[in-house]
Write a protein that binds this ligand. Structure first.
Ligand code: SAM
Length: 298
C-alpha cells in the first residue's frame, strides 16, 4: 500500500512549536491543518490504517491541532486587547502589520501581513455564497499588500469617510479603521458577512467602523470622501454605482480606488471620466487592475 498523501504534510506540521509562535504564524499553520482536516475523510483514515505509523502520525496531528487552536485563541485575545485598549495606536498598528511583509509563503498561501490581519479579524477563507444572495459575487478578501497601497494612495484622515462598497467580512474596513484616524463605512449585501464584521469591530473596540447590510444601490453614499471597491459587482450594479459616484464627484471632492476587470466593470468608471465627472489619476496593481479616480472639479 502507498503512503497516504497527508503523511508528509502532517509530519512537517508536527514539528511546529505552537508555544513560541506569533499570532500570524499560528494562523498560517492552523489554515494548513484545517486543509488536511477537511480533506482527509474517515474512510481514508480507515484505509490508511493499514500503513505502519499512520495511526500514530494521525494521533500527533490531532494533538497538534489542539495545541495550535489553543495558542491561537490566546495570541488573538492578547492582540485584540492591545487594539481595544489603544496601546497599539493606528500608526503603530499599521506599521506593525505592514512591517511583517507581503512575501508569499512557500507553502500554504498567504503572507505574514495577511496572516496577522486574518487572524485578528478571523477572516473566513473564500466562501461561495448560496442562493440566499443571488446578486453577490464570491466573497474573496483583499490582500494586505493591496490595503497597504490603498492607505498609501488615499491617506485617509480625521475628516474623511471611507466607504468599502461590498465589504465582505470586513477585512479592509477593519484594517483601515485600526490603521488610520478616520471613519469607515462598510456596505455588504450578505447579512452573515455583516454580522461577522460587526462582531470583529465590537471585539476590537473599533467604534469608527460601521457596517450596513444593504444592496449598495439603496445606500446614501453622499457623506463618503474615499471609496474602495474590490470587484464587488459587475453589470447593472457596477453601472449604477459608477453613475452615483460620478454624480457625487460633480458635487464634492472624492477619491475612488477601484480594482477589477475592464469589461463590464471598469468601463463604467471610465464612462464617468468621459462625461467629465471623474479624472483617472493612476493605474496600479500587477496588471493595472486598479483605477484611482478623483473628482474632475478638484
Ligand atoms: C470581492 S468581495 C470584497 C470584500 C472586501 N471589500 C475586501 O476587499 O476584502 C465583494 C463583496 O461584495 C458583496 N456584494 C456584491 N454585490 C453587492 C451589492 N449589490 N451590494 C452590496 N454588497 C455586494 C459580496 O457579497 C462580497 O462580499
Amino acid at each position: 500500500m502507498s503512503i497516504p498523501w497527508w503523511f508528509s504534510d502532517v509530519q512537517a506540521l508536527g514539528t511546529f512549536d505552537a508555544s513560541t509562535a506569533t499570532m500570524g504564524a499560528l494562523w498560517h499553520v492552523s489554515e494548513r491543518l484545517r486543509f488536511v482536516r477537511e480533506n482527509v475523510s474517515a474512510a481514508d483514515l480507515s484505509e490508511d490504517a493499514a500503513h505502519p505509523a499512520t495511526t500514530s502520525t494521525w494521533q500527533r496531528f490531532v494533538e497538534q491541532e489542539r495545541a495550535v487552536r489553543h495558542a491561537l485563541v490566546e495570541a488573538t485575545d492578547e492582540e485584540a486587547a492591545l487594539v481595544r485598549s489603544k496601546s497599539r495606536a493606528p500608526a503603530d498598528f499599521r506599521a506593525h502589520w505592514e512591517g511583517l511583509g507581503f512575501e508569499p509563503h512557500a507553502v500554504g498561501g498567504g503572507t505574514p501581513a495577511d496572516d496577522f490581519l486574518d487572524a485578528l479579524f478571523r477572516t473566513s477563507r473564500l466562501v461561495f455564497d448560496g442562493p440566499a444572495a443571488p446578486l453577490a459575487t464570491v466573497n474573496l478578501a483583499s490582500r494586505a499588500r493591496r490595503v497597504s497601497d490603498f492607505l498609501g494612495v488615499t491617506a485617509p484622515a480625521h475628516d474623511d469617510v471611507v466607504f468599502d462598497l461590498g465589504s465582505g467580512h470586513g477585512k479592509v474596513a477593519l484594517t483601515v479603521a485600526a490603521s488610520a484616524d478616520t471613519r469607515v463605512e462598510g456596505v455588504e449585501l450578505v447579512a452573515g458577512h455583516v454580522a461577522e464584521a460587526e462582531a470583529s469591530a465590537l471585539a476590537l473596540g473599533l467604534d469608527s467602523a460601521r457596517f450596513h447590510q444593504a444592496d449598495v444601490r439603496d445606500v446614501d453614499l453622499s457623506k463618503g470622501s474615499i471609496f474602495y471597491l474590490y470587484f464587488p459587482f459587475h453589470g447593472a450594479v457596477a453601472s449604477a454605482v459608477a453613475t452615483t459616484l460620478g454624480a457625487l464627484a460633480s458635487q464634492k471632492d472624492i477619491t475612488v480606488y477601484a480594482s477589477g476587470p475592464a469589461w463590464d466593470y471598469g468601463e463604467f468608471f471610465l464612462r464617468e471620466v468621459e462625461r467629465g465627472a471623474l479624472r483617472l489619476v493612476g493605474r496600479r496593481g500587477e496588471h493595472d487592475e486598479v483605477m484611482v479616480l478623483v473628482s474632475e472639479r478638484r
